[in-house]
Ligand binder design. Sequence first.
Ligand SMILES: [Zn+2]
Length: 425
Amino acid sequence: MLDDLSPSLLFTLAFAAALLLGLATRYWLATRQARHIAQHRDAVPTAFAATVPLEAHQKAADYTLAKARVDMLEMAWAAAILLGWTLLGGLDLLNQALLSVMAPGLWQQLALLAGFAVVSGLLDLPFSLYRTFVVEERFGFNKMTAGLWLADLAKGLVLGAVIGLPIAALILWLMGAAGSIWWLWAWGVWMGFNLLLLVIYPTFIAPWFNKFQPLQDEALAARVTALMQRCGFSAKGLFVMDGSRRSAHANAYFTGFGAAKRVVFYDTLLARLTPEEVDAVLAHELGHFRHRHIVKRIVTMFALSLAGFALLGWLSNQIWFYTGLGVRPSLAGGNDALALLLFMLAAPLFTFFISPLMAAVSRKHEFEADAFAMAQTDGRDLASALLKLYEDNASTLTPDPVYVRFYYSHPPASERLARMGVGTT
Ligand SMILES: [Zn+2]
């Protein structure tokens, strides 16, 4: 029977099957998560009964449920858009429209990438607006004004044009000029670009969106510096970022590498935690460095993208890759932008099924960083800092275990605190 099917039709069927299976899995997981949280809304779990007020627990449940409802709508929306671009002919339409006004070549292909980015961006806007100004607003997290939101959008567009277009042009040029191993060259360029971003993001890009000021609190600075020396780290500076301009969510992170490393605290985090707790949170971040998690993540990304580029190198020569996804390739060549876009659209459908593996590795790293922090600081401080952050971010304490296995990059609070010897008695 299958012999009668053309490769193009087979590929369409595989694409549709992956889309449906992925969508069904996502809905099943989201429904499980919502049901589990609703069932546990009435009482704080015993392990947290003494530390978490019922009101905070219920706010976390309501917030998680509200986000889950938006997620479910957005999944359907994203699937419809994906079908629109591919099997329903959206990408083909855009390509043919551009070809009717431009000569085939690098500029036409660049226009196709830019046109796609703008239309996709516009289609994502309703959900982005709804999340920020309805969901986050209702739970008191949103601090953005419409003006700031628009300014962010404009800056994002400028960055996309200034950074994205040249790199896209370079990759398109390689695809046309570097022969059959163009994908190896393109991979090298892409990796170089990512490494460059690691350097320029903290120093040039992030300051365009937020204010970074040296940590003023001298007692805290001395404390944090002592911790870093104890752990054998040096950093170029300790900075406080005005995260409160956009959101009440709190965070702290390490950025840069080599000598350019810097520690960034959100002002929202410093406002909430005691100096001991700030120490514990920083020690957790140092744990990620000590265990080389950052390097491991970068190496994994390098290896996965090499496989991705090699696959794209092969797929871009198969007619069925285009026709199976609703696009008419030009027989004279010059289909590189189409190949890039189709690959970006289709690949996530298949990689979705390895996401539990990536999440499991990430959760293991979190446990290792927690263990490092407990060896360097008092475990009780890390535990109380975590509980405060969970409460402030309205993170649920009762996620569905299967949902956790699939999506959670961090272990649930109950598991982390149990390992800290808190909440087990
Ligand atoms: Zn971590």
